[in-house]
Design a protein around this ligand. Structure first.
Ligand code: BV8
Length: 221
């Protein structure tokens, strides 16, 4: 069976990483316009770097939970062809043994805004960190900000059009194009399933409600 899985911040919540739109979430404490757009970086790179340095430090302390491990077990099952897409920029899927498509980039990555060079972000990267290739102080986190083009879209489109089952785990379904994947999968004839703390919409054929560390292992087993 061809299974496409889309994960969001909710799958990492029980690993101690904040979500965006839950009470007390990141967007309750920071404005997207101040920390997660190219304009914010151009206007105040120090503020953007401080936001991502905080998240790198938090991510460095977090470990994969039962939901990440259950997905890795499913990927190892030869009866299924699993495509794992994550909106998350943490490395918890990798820590559980998965190789996800990071459509919004990764906290671990650094990108030079001037020459395009990519390298592993030092934990303390900030606006004074020089690019190892061109030596200019134009380092930025290698993530996809609002208004920037998400990654791996061709591979994602191909997987969605061949999907037998589409599963969205721990995502509010508010950010596009990821939020539209359920419709693309349904149009291709896939069954759609949502695993979330609470139902986000009626766009799914089925849903399992509860914390991901319970619902994902239950579903995988
Ligand atoms: C694009 C960066 C064009 C890294 C993120 C005006 C101008 C420009 C663009 C737009 C515009 N208007 C609309 C757009 C499009 C825009 C968009 O969708 N805006 C929204 C706000 C309306 N999208 C873009 O700009 C995208 N680019 O459109 O380019 C294009 C497109 C296609 C082809 C060519 C060109 C770029 C979007 C990427 C933005 N970057 N992150 C970072 O800082 O992390 S998005 C950000 O939100 C994170 O990546 C996050 O993953 C993502 C989605 O959030 P969720 O993961 O769903 O998290 P959330 O907190 O919302 O929800 C958590 C869920 O978990 C909840 O449902 C909760 O119930 C559940 N949960 C909680 N605990 C648990 C749980 N579930 C289970 N168990 C638990 N324990």
């Amino acid at each position: 069976m061809n299974i496409v899985i889309l994960t969001g911040a909710g799958i990492s919540a029980e690993s101690g990483l904040g979500t965006f739109r839950d009470a007390g979430g990141l967007w309750a404490r920071f404005r997207i316009e101040d920390v997660a757009t190219p304009e914010a970086y151009a206007r105040d790179p120090a503020r953007v770097h401080a936001f991502y340095a905080m998240r790198r430090h938090e991510a460095a302390k977090a470990g994969p939970n039962a939901a990440h491990h259950a997905i890795a077990r499913l990927e190892a099952d030869p009866r299924h062809r699993v495509t794992l897409i994550t909106q998350n920029v943490d490395a918890l899927h990798e820590a559980a043994g998965s190789r996800p498509l990071h459509m919004h980039g990764t906290l671990a990555g650094a990108l030079c805004a001037a020459c395009g060079h990519r390298w592993t972000a030092p934990l303390a990267m900030d606006e004074t960190t020089p690019c190892p290739a061109c030596d200019r102080t134009t380092s930025r986190p290698d993530v996809v900000w609002f208004g920037e083009v998400p990654r791996h879209l061709d591979e994602i489109d191909a997987a969605l059009s061949a999907a037998d089952l589409f599963v969205a785990i721990g995502t509010s379904g508010e950010v596009y194009p990821a939020a539209g994947f359920v419709e693309l999968a349904a149009a291709a004839g896939a069954e759609t399933l949502e695993l979330n703390l609470e139902p986000t919409s009626s766009r799914f054929d089925r849903r399992l409600t509860g914390p991901a560390t319970r619902t994902v292992p239950d579903w995988v087993e």
